[in-house]
Design a protein around this ligand. Structure first.
Ligand SMILES: [Zn+2]
Length: 244
């Protein structure tokens, strides 16, 4: 029976390693996908910003042309003003010049606003392009890691699978069945007994049961969590060892 418990303990160690490798195998493709998703988002944002930049640039050129036209008009009017003798005509043209300057001022404000926005978009673009390069590098590294870990995990899983089958050969079918059932429900089928308590659920087992566990003559489950209880050889009191 002592052997059975030792084999079951080994089985649990192997299963924990198998679980860990399988978690790696599942985790890394998810991490790769996550980075790839970020790259797609960034690429879309970059292209949106570039489109916006081109749009503003077009608007800016148009405004600059408007400004030039307006300024030409003002200059022409100002020249004409010098030659006008009629007061009424002079006042009318003078008002026109004043209005023209107001319009030109508004266009200048718009030009300035476009330039400010372009500068801000350029800065954002610069940052996003840097992020993109970093993510691209990250994706490259993560893919390399995935490949390396997958290879190692597959090799380890193959070896562990073979060892598991070999160990399981030595365990009574009923115990294997119980082990599998508890493992399926609780994730861990075996619990070490430590100072009279189950190490998984922390409940103290009755002293009589504890004595039976220490004797290692039968498979005993924790009355609280149903895990199979075992004791490490170094935790078996000396008198129990003499007993055997
Ligand atoms: Zn327990």
């Amino acid at each position: 029976m002592k052997d059975q418990l030792q084999y079951l303990t080994r089985l649990q160690e192997i299963d924990e390693q198998i679980d860990s490798h399988e978690r790696d195998l599942a985790r890394l493709p998810q991490e790769v996908q996550e980075i790839a998703r970020n790259l797609v988002t960034l690429r879309r944002e970059i292209s949106e910003h570039k489109e916006r930049l081109a749009e503003i640039e077009k608007d800016l050129r148009a405004k600059e042309r408007d400004l030039e036209t307006e300024q030409d008009k003002i200059k022409r009017s100002e020249r004409r003003l010098l030659g006008i003798k009629n007061q009424k005509e002079y006042n009318a043209l003078s008002r026109q010049v004043k209005l023209g300057k107001k319009v030109a001022g508004e266009i200048e404000d718009a030009v300035l606003a476009f330039m400010t926005e372009m500068e801000s978009i350029r800065k954002t673009l610069e940052k996003k392009e840097k992020d993109y390069a970093a993510y691209e590098q990250g994706l490259h590294e993560k893919k390399a890691e995935e490949e390396k870990v997958t290879k190692a995990a597959q090799a380890a899983l193959e070896a562990l699978g073979a060892e598991r089958a070999a160990v399981a050969e030595f365990v009574d079918r009923d115990y294997i069945k119980k082990y599998q059932t508890v493992r399926k429900v609780l994730g861990k089928a075996l619990a070490e007994i430590n100072n009279g308590s189950c190490s998984e659920c922390n409940m103290a087992v009755p002293p009589q049961l504890n004595i039976r566990i220490l004797k290692q003559e039968e498979i005993i489950s924790c009355p609280n969590c149903q895990r199979i209880l075992y004791v490490k050889p170094e935790n078996i009191p000396a008198f129990n060892k003499i007993d055997q």
